[in-house]
Ligand binder design. Structure first.
Ligand code: DAH
Length: 348
């Protein structure tokens, strides 16, 4: 039984060498040599198949025992190296084990991320799918297909960052999306109704920044298209959303507003959750807080994506995300959101 003797020798040699190991690198070398892929032990195991069955069983068991022995010896050695290093440091007066430990910094979600997720969760529960789209858009999706042709005065509603790219007529073609609405078109182009989607994402405005304006912020867009979708569906859906986000006692108010891609267009407000409608600083004494724009998808927009407006109708909505924590927590300056000041971010 040569192999038995070999294993015995291997064991003695290995443990003898381990005694001489006196630092972590030495230990790692030892471990790789005796427990790594090309270890003598593994070579024995590889030769196992050529042995007669009884011997195979015996040698197999011995090798496994040896492997376990090596492994536990490595751990023991690691601990003893560690504790002797600690003792050395203590003796030199360089380590005080009685000092309290340092707190481990814990990460958390950005306030915008949290609200985006809350909004998307509410709509998911109502059967909406969450999709995302490109931040670099074309004039076509951001404006043209949304019923905002060139030179239309409504373009002034969105101050635009243009990208230096022009078509053959010298017209600018590419921009940073000024709203998430272009995804309405992209989704409709690729889908046949029924459609129910929400689109969270960053949008950009060419604006001087101040306490209430940022050049980048988040929006969530929504779109529902099918046969027979009505303004009542819009109201019911958005009312339910507001109650789930702001509390079941919230009231909602819809008033006419203008957006070129919807008809009729509305703005939706909820009764102020600070003063419950009596009037306070948060709601500028009106009792109402505007939270989103919405409306029935304009027939011309439907035609742009080859939907027959006599067959299909739909509603759309869009809301600014930062506005919600700003209202909820009384944040005074929108620039705090992306200023990366941990003192601000850690409060959420
Ligand atoms: N895109 C608009 C904006 O950025 C918000 C909006 C209003 C989106 C009405 C809509 C809508 O889908 O129907 O100001």
């Amino acid at each position: 039984m040569d192999i038995k003797k070999d294993l015995e020798e291997l064991k003695n040699r290995a443990l003898e060498q381990l005694k001489d190991v006196d630092d972590d690198q030495g230990l790692e070398k030892w471990r790789v040599f005796y427990l790594g892929k090309k270890s003598p032990l593994n070579q024995v195991l590889r030769g196992l198949a050529s042995l007669p069955i009884e011997e195979r069983r015996l040698v197999g068991a011995m090798s496994n025992d040896l492997k376990l022995l090596f492994e536990s010896n490595v751990e023991q050695k690691r601990l003893s190296l560690y504790s002797s290093a600690v003792t050395t440091l203590q003796e030199k007066g360089r380590l005080d084990v009685t000092l309290p430990g340092r707190p481990v910094a814990q990460g958390r979600l950005h306030p915008t991320t949290r609200i985006v997720r809350q909004i998307c969760d509410i709509f998911s529960a109502m059967g909406f799918q969450v999709v995302e789209g490109p931040e670099v858009e074309t004039d076509y999706y951001n404006f043209e297909a949304l019923n905002i042709p060139k030179d239309h005065p409504a373009r002034d509603m969105w101050d635009t960052f243009w990208i230096d790219r022009k078509d053959e007529n010298g017209e600018r073609t590419t921009l940073l999306r000024t709203h998430t609405s272009p995804m309405q078109i992209r989704v409709m182009e690729k889908t046949t109704p029924p459609i129910r989607v929400v689109v969270p994402g960053k949008v950009y405005r060419y604006e001087a920044t101040d306490a209430t304006h940022e050049s980048m912020f988040y929006q969530v867009e929504g779109l529902a298209v099918d046969k027979g979708v009505t303004f009542g569906d819009l109201k019911g859906c958005l009312y339910e959303f507001a109650r789930r986000l702001f509390g079941p006692e919230r009231k909602a108010r819809f008033r006419c507003d203008y957006f070129p891609f919807v008809e009729p267009g509305v703005e939706m407000a909820i009764d102020c959750f600070v003063c419950a409608g009596k009037g306070c600083r948060l709601c500028s004494n009106t009792g109402w807080i505007e939270i989103l724009g919405a409306g029935m998808v304009h027939p011309d927009v439907l035609r742009h994506v080859n939907y027959d407006p006599d067959v299909y109708t739909g509603f759309a909505f869009g809301m600014g995300v930062e506005r919600i924590p700003i209202l909820r927590y009384g944040i005074e300056d929108i620039r705090l959101f992306y200023g990366n000041d941990l003192r601000f971010l850690r409060q959420f």
